[in-house]
Ligand binder design. Structure first.
Ligand code: PEP
Ligand code: MG
Length: 331
């Protein structure tokens, strides 16, 4: 049933277009994504380059990898997230310190300074070179404050100056974005949006850092809730603040793939959903079945509720009534 809407736009009944892109972790997933005829790749996780293989990926290897993916997308966007290592993803090629609390330690963008500087430059050079072959955009993980965006931008501009002296072609206006997955980033999304072209909300980490719950800790799974009012408020504020500054706001965390929250996110004005390929058509089916104005009302009601249980219960109730035809799709 869902396959029947593959070629149709992700447009609400009252005509609002929503971008639905996909998340990938490995290049072998790209063909399936092209086949979905969505809006490209909203999160290309590049960690595998540093976690698999028997040697550190050099610039040429990375360049070929990025080029071959963007060429397959036929002009659709490819948002490459620079490596998000550290935390639960140590890499033997990088000088990661031993820490008692790695999730609050040197991970993501924090690794790009000091001794991690060179591997960051290598990855950026490969991405910037590949930008001559399609709509590549760059996104930085674990941004906590504006200075980190400025630091990344400074390195990009140094690389562009270097490449500008050669015959290598690249997109000088490559779009640059920040992930919003730390509460400090959500609270200052307007300041971040002033310094970049787009924001993408990473709810997997945003939930863990907002509620202080390790996302892998089974004993605390009851607390790790996307329906938590604090998380929903951060999402609302990030979209609002990003839009105030004219930035496009997407979401690449798993919340974007949760069908119970699709109407809420549409109502809050989210521009792009970047979802697991398996959820792509279900989310599109929901978008096509709703009106933007009813989503706005529903978002307002959901955000006025006091507990995760209240929000989850309310959304389940709406979903089971409104989307009876989609009930046999698990979520
Ligand atoms: C996130 O935190 O929501 C995210 C998309 O990043 P990752 O899951 O790779 O940490
Ligand atoms: Mg994350």
């Amino acid at each position: 049933k869902l396959l029947a809407i593959k070629g149709f736009p992700a447009r609400t009944k009252d005509g609002k277009d929503i971008e639905i892109a996909s998340n990938i972790e490995f290049p072998r997933e790209v063909d399936a994504i092209v086949d979905l005829r969505g809006d490209g790749i909203g999160l290309y996780r590049t960690e595998y380059l540093f976690l698999t293989g028997d040697r550190e990926p050099d610039e040429e290897y990375q360049f070929q990898e990025y080029k071959s993916i963007v060429e397959k997308l036929n002009g659709k966007p490819l948002i490459i997230r620079t490596s998000d290592l550290g935390g639960d993803k140590p890499s033997e090629y990088l000088p990661l310190p031993v820490e008692t609390n790695p999730f609050l330690g040197v991970r993501g963008v924090r690794l790009y300074r000091d001794s991690g500087h060179q591997f960051f430059r290598t990855q950026l050079r490969a991405i910037i070179r590949a930008s001559a072959f399609g709509d590549i955009r760059i996104m930085f993980p674990m941004i906590a404050c504006v200075s980190e965006i400025r630091y990344c931008r400074k390195i990009i501009s140094e690389i562009m100056t270097e490449l500008g002296k050669t015959k290598v072609k690249f997109n000088k206006k490559i779009l640059i974005g920040a992930m919003v997955e730390i509460p400090s980033a959500a609270a200052t999304a307007d300041l971040l949006a002033k310094e970049c072209d787009f924001l993408s909300i990473g709810t997997n980490d945003l939930i863990q850092y907002t509620i202080a719950v390790d996302r892998g800790n089974k004993n605390l799974a009851y607390l790790y809730q996307p329906y938590n009012p604090a998380v929903l408020r951060f999402i609302r504020d990030t979209i609002e603040k990003g839009h105030q500054q004219g930035a496009w706001v997407g979401m690449c965390g798993e919340v974007a793939s949760d069908p119970l929250l699709t109407m809420v996110l549409i109502g809050l004005g989210l521009d792009e959903f970047s979802v697991s390929p398996v959820s792509h058509l279900l989310i599109k089916a929901i978008v096509r079945h709703v009106e933007f104005s009813e989503c706005e009302n529903l978002a307002e009601k959901a955000l006025a509720l006091a507990t995760s249980e209240d929000v989850g219960g309310y959304l389940k109730d709406i979903y089971s009534k409104k989307f009876k035809h989609l009930q046999h799709f698990p979520h």
